[in-house]
Each structure stands twice: as C-alpha cells, then as structure tokens.
Design a binder for this molecule. Structure first.
Ligand code: MRU
Length: 352
C-alpha cells in the first residue's frame, strides 16, 4: 500500500536491522524505526511498535533471522539460537503467526549444514514468509471481495488491515479489493478500546485508500445492526482453533453475538498461518492479559501537537484488561483464507 504516494510494506530488512513502521505514532506521525538486533525487535513486538498478527509474525521471522545472523560463529551457536527463539516466543502469547514464523526460520537454520548456510537460509526463510504474508492478503482480498456488493456497509473491529500484515491485510483486504473493482463500499470502524487500533490505525488506512468510513464507539454496533445499517461484518483473527473458534481483539465476540441476533453475516479473514493445528477448540487459545494502565489512561495528541497520556478514572480505580476474546465457531458464517471461503469447521491448515 502507499503512504503519500510511496509504496510501503509494514516491516522489512534494511541491512542487518529490521525496519518497520512505528505504529505507536500513528495516526499522528508516520515514522520508520530501525531495530539493530533481535533484542530490539523483540522489544518492539512486546511494546506494540508493531501489532496485528501478520505483522507481528513477519517481524518475529526477521527477528529470528537476526538471531541466526548475529549469533557467534562458535560452539555456542546452537545455544544462542535457542535463547533467541525463546526470547522472541515470550513477547506476546496469542498471535499464532508469531510462533509459526519463528519456528519456520528456526527450522530453516537448524536444517543447514554450516553456520554460513544457516545464516543464509534463515534470512531467505524470513523473506519468504513476508512475501507469502503479502500474497495471502491479496488472495484473501480477491476471495472476500465476492461477499461485498456495490453499496455495502461493512463493519470491522480492531485493525486487520495492511499495517497488521506485511501488505494488504486480512479483514480490510476484501474492502480494498472491492473498492479497486469499482464497488462503492463504506466502513463502520469500531474504535476498539482500550488501545484504539480502529481509531488510530484502521481509520488512517482507509483514509489513505480513499474509502468512505465512519468511526463509531465500540458499543454503537448493536444499535446500527438492529437498525439495518450494517450489511456485513468482517474481522481478522489472532489465532483460529481447528473447530473454527476464533480469537480476535477483545470485543469481537460481542459483535458476533449482535450480528447473529440481527441476521447480519459475520466473517473472519485470516491466512492459514493463523490456524493453530495444536488448538482443538478456542478453550486451548492463550488469551493475553495486558496492563491495567491501558484501561485507566488514554493517550492522544494535544492541541500543541504533543503526544499526551491522561488518566480517565479516579486514582484508586483498578482495571482488568484481557486483550482478546474467542468467538465460537457457530457464530461465524465463513472464514476467508488465501485459498477461498471456508466453513469454519472445514479449514485448511498450514503446518511448519
Ligand atoms: O494490536 P494487537 O496486536 O493487540 O491486535 C491484534 C489485532 O490487530 C487484531 O486482533 C486483529 O483484528 C487481528 S490481527 C490481524
């Protein structure tokens, strides 16, 4: 996708550094950040400089390649690889693409005969993952666009656009593709408390693509669906169990319940790398709990152009902050992958 007329991916290698769009500054400033080693890359994943399952996965793949490229050429080589892998795996618990990418790059290195070949193989695998990620987004766009009729009003939750992948995205890819096919499409964008990925990232992306969109408070979706102002819901996924149960940003489950109650079609879009062959049902998916400060404070830009954090509750208030929820398979009409639109109970699985 383009920013100010220049095509960008979300994350890529620049020499030995991982270079990525700094999502913490959007929509206020567009800046790139260089991460010189895997410790810095792991930190960027943990602190949400990069977010969204696909982008986290690509960043983790490159981070694992940094581990292999920067490990000393000595008897400690394999121990270094294992330590780097463990550090990257511990950054965030829910997004399956993180683990998928780390394992693919790690295995590519382990399968090599020499250290030099391991370094080459790891980098090549991380690049392959990024390319597959971008291609899957485009294919999801093509399949998903068939669901979008001219004039459709689509609701989405959180950010599952190109920033959440290497390019194109998952839930937003069908919208981008439908718009390029000349269909008029408009988007209801849930703001997505507490971190506001809808308000800060999805709305910014749609603005960049020139797609009509309206930001709504998270709790407005029910009213809009009941009034018949939503034709279709498409959301992304952080991890999908084999039975189709889907973990996505907190609040997704409520949207699915509202959609079912109001006969609105509810679809999930994700590449097959998001399907976890080791999770039989959604009960097996680990749900990240984040700091209560994300609920107790909001951050935004003040009138002087300074990013400012303000508290929105009384000083003794405590908060609970689960970052994801699981939408049961029965509430999902279909799952759009790069291979087509599947019944949630008939998913193709990508094994690494
Ligand atoms: O900001 P994150 O990384 O916590 O959120 C992840 C997401 O962006 C969403 O859950 C998204 O809908 C699916 S990931 C493509």
């Amino acid at each position: 996708m383009q920013v100010n007329g220049i095509p960008y991916r979300t994350v890529w290698m620049a020499g030995s550094a991982v270079r990525m769009i700094n999502q913490l500054l959007l929509p206020h400033r567009f800046e790139l950040i260089d991460l010189p080693n895997y410790h810095a890359t792991a930190d960027a994943i943990k602190t949400m400089v990069v977010r969204g399952a696909g982008a986290i996965g690509a960043a983790a793949g490159y981070g694992m390649a940094q581990v292999v490229m920067q490990a000393p050429d000595s008897s400690a080589f394999c121990d270094e690889l294992a330590a780097g892998r463990a550090l990257l795996r511990a950054t965030r618990p829910t997004a399956q693409d993180l683990f998928y990418a780390i394992e693919r790059v790690y295995q590519a290195a382990l399968n090599a005969d020499t250290v030099a070949q391991a370094r080459e193989a790891a980098l090549a695998e991380a690049e392959r993952l990024a390319d597959e990620n971008a291609a899957a987004g485009e294919a999801i766009g093509r399949h998903g666009a068939e669901l979008i009729r001219d004039g459709a009003r689509v609701l989405t939750h959180c950010n599952a656009g190109w920033l959440a992948f290497v390019d194109w995205g998952s839930a937003l890819a069908p919208i981008y593709m439908a718009a390029r096919q000349g269909k008029r499409v408009s988007v209801w964008v849930d703001e997505t408390r507490p971190r506001g990925q809808g308000a800060s990232l999805t709305a910014w992306e749609l603005q960049g693509e020139g797609i009509r969109h309206t930001l709504i408070a998270d709790n407005a979706a029910g009213l809009l669906m009941r009034r018949g102002e939503v034709d279709l819901v498409i959301v992304g996924a952080d991890r999908i169990a084999l039975n189709g149960d889907t973990a996505n940003k907190i609040g997704t489950y409520e949207k699915a319940l509202c959609a079912a109650a109001n006969h609105v079609s509810f679809y999930v879009a994700a590449p097959t790398s998001t399907i976890d062959p080791d999770c039989t049902t959604g009960d097996d998916i680990p749900i990240e709990e984040r700091s209560q400060d994300e609920v107790l404070y909001v951050t935004g830009m003040d009138d002087q152009g300074k990013l400012t954090r303000v508290r929105i509750s009384h000083p003794e208030a405590i908060a609970r902050n689960p970052a994801f929820d699981v939408t049961p398979t029965q509430l999902i009409m279909g799952i759009i992958t790069q291979h087509g639109i599947h019944k949630p109970t008939e998913l193709p699985v990508a094994r690494c």
